[in-house]
Design a protein around this ligand. Structure first.
Ligand SMILES: [Mg+2]
Length: 205
């Protein structure tokens, strides 16, 4: 079997870890409801889906969170509290660097929002080390919606077994596998490294 021609990385829980409870606590400290209630509202309400499909702007998102939580700070404070929830997953960042050193094109494919991406771009230099980015809020669709996978195929110019895709969510992986991509659930960096090594992409040329 030939090698894949590109590696598609999910972002959250693959390249960066995140914890919305941090945002919940910081927003709640300047608001009128509990940290748990804030977290529930931002992480599990239809509002986040609308934000991450680009249906509401940053300003609208802020206004709705403000109304629901009684947050008294500015939009700048809110943006920092909301987005400063990420930590880098070092072995995965290193894996991307190794692939690039070997000339393998890599891409980020993420359900995300503008506040998170602006934050990650400014805080984590590794984020610039990809060929391109397929971000839900720029395309009006979220994984596992097939429309976002079509964007990946358009932007990479690749399809089927040419793409090796890693994501921590099995429903997203299933949607990739259904298109013939080599798609794997990411559980742990060592295991994912092994999957990529078996595909031939880490072998000496
Ligand atoms: Mg993820």
């Amino acid at each position: 079997m030939t090698k894949p021609n590109a590696v598609i990385f999910d972002l959250g829980k693959v390249l960066v870890d995140f914890d919305y409870s941090i945002a919940g606590r910081r927003i709640a400290a300047r608001g009128g409801v509990s940290a748990g209630a804030v977290q529930e509202f931002i992480d599990h309400s239809p509002l986040l889906f609308r934000f991450e499909t680009g249906q509401v702007s940053q300003e609208q998102f802020f206004a709705e969170v403000q109304a629901a939580t009684g947050f008294r700070g500015t939009i700048e404070e809110f943006s920092e509290f909301f987005a400063d929830i990420f930590t880098m997953i070092e072995p995965m960042v290193k894996l991307n660097a190794e692939l690039r050193q070997r000339g393998v094109p890599t891409y980020i494919f993420s359900n995300t929002n503008e506040l998170a991406i602006n934050h990650i771009r400014s805080r984590f230099p590794f984020f610039s080390q990809f060929n391109d980015y397929i971000l839900s809020y720029e395309h009006g669709a979220m994984k596992p919606d097939a429309r976002l996978y079509e964007v990946v195929e358009r932007q990479t110019g690749l399809r089927g077994a040419d793409l090796l895709y890693l994501d921590d969510r099995s429903e997203n992986v299933a949607a990739g596998a259904a298109r013939g991509w080599r798609a794997f659930v990411h559980h742990a960096p060592e295991q994912t490294r092994e999957i990529i090594a078996r595909s031939g992409l880490l072998a000496d040329r």
